[in-house]
Design a protein around this ligand. Structure first.
Ligand code: MG
Length: 351
């Protein structure tokens, strides 16, 4: 009986592996054509003689022809919005009118204003923020972890599982399988990584484009489609449960984003007693969202379990599979502990 069960298991595993191997093209969550209305908008707002040159908006797709529109005075700043409103597509245009504010997007033009101010009007056009470190070349002393061609720097777990390398040289998390981790282990390091989240308009919260970069295996920098949201401790740019990003730099789904992370591992004395906590600087799309942030313990998705003590040993870098096919490219790392010369923390000196 036991033998039969094992045989059935291996047959199912083999069939599953063949099926996975066929998934080497973009899934529907990465449509080729741009999603209408979604994304950043910038423009001017005139009220009589007055001008507000930096009116902007973030438009979030929510499925069923519904979008959330957030009007702000400036993009990518932690500031209260002017207006947050749900809008519906009617006759090809996205419009709203709450009796106080009105607005309408048709094609590439977003117009609107305030009802109580006759001469109030704004006009915006689409805007695309591009990270300055997109396509950054690995320096001579970097280890290239993924350049689109192969998987040789990575291990898969559980054993036998694997992610997909698409025909376009993109690494895609396989939501049916577990995380992947590097063969090499690291302590102090500097990492460059590019990612983009899938278009999942019906999904919400942690089910929307979730993955994560685990440095020294236990410290997660969250990856999530938290475009336009508050920028909390469990959203993109956060060190999970430890520290919210200074500002939410998350770009809309489908758009390539960058993480440039510098990590300094915890320090211990000869008896193994903690001397200094781990620290991390995270640059998200060119903006520092965590600066030399102290990390008191390992990050965990489970608030009920006791926190993981600071890590003493070198550990792999791992990428999380969390139910969504997040995509990656251009991943490289500099080992700052074992890089020939023992270096000091690179960007920010020890406090
Ligand atoms: Mg995650």
């Amino acid at each position: 009986m036991k033998t039969q069960v094992i045989i059935v298991f291996f047959i199912l595993t083999a069939v599953g592996s063949v099926a996975m191997g066929g998934e080497n093209t973009n899934p529907p969550a990465f449509p080729e054509t741009p999603v209408a209305f979604m994304g950043d908008w910038v423009g001017t707002w005139e009220v009589g003689e007055e001008k507000h040159p930096e009116i902007a908006a973030q438009v979030i797709a929510q499925g069923s022809d519904e979008y959330q529109i957030i009007l702000v005075s400036k993009l990518y700043v932690r500031t209260p919005p002017i207006l947050t409103i749900t809008a519906k597509v009617i006759d090809g245009s996205l419009g709203f009118d709450d009796g106080f504010f009105w607005g309408e997007i048709t094609g590439d033009t977003f117009v609107g204003g305030k009802r109580d101010e006759d001469s109030s009007a704004f006009q915006m056009k689409p805007f695309t923020l591009q990270s300055p470190s997109l396509g950054a070349k690995p320096p001579w002393n970097a280890i290239v972890l993924f350049d689109g061609s192969n998987f040789t720097q990575w291990k898969r777990f559980p054993r036998g599982a694997f992610w997909n390398i698409l025909e376009t040289g993109i690494l895609q998390a396989n939501p049916k399988l577990g995380a992947i981790e590097t063969n090499r282990k690291f302590k102090d390091c500097k990492l460059h990584l590019e990612f983009r989240t899938p278009y999942l308009p019906e999904a919400r919260g942690q089910n929307r484009g979730n993955s994560g970069v685990f440095v020294q295996d236990y410290y997660e920098v969250q990856i999530l489609d938290s475009y336009g949201l508050q920028g909390y401790w469990n959203e993109c740019g956060a060190i999970y449960r430890i520290s919210a990003p200074y500002v939410n730099m998350c770009l809309p789904p489908l758009q390539w984003q960058t993480y440039d992370i510098e990590f300094r591992a915890a320090r211990f004395d000869r008896r193994g007693k903690l001397k200094e906590n781990a620290r991390m600087t995270v640059i998200h799309n060119g903006v520092v969202v965590q600066k030399d942030q102290k990390i008191l313990h390992g990050t965990s998705g489970d608030a009920k379990s006791p926190p993981v003590s600071p890590i003493k040993t070198p550990e792999p870098l791992h990428l999380q599979a969390h139910g969504n096919c997040v995509q990656f490219r251009n991943i490289w790392i500099r080992d700052l502990t074992n890089n020939g010369v023992k270096r000091k923390h690179q960007l920010y000196s020890k406090r």
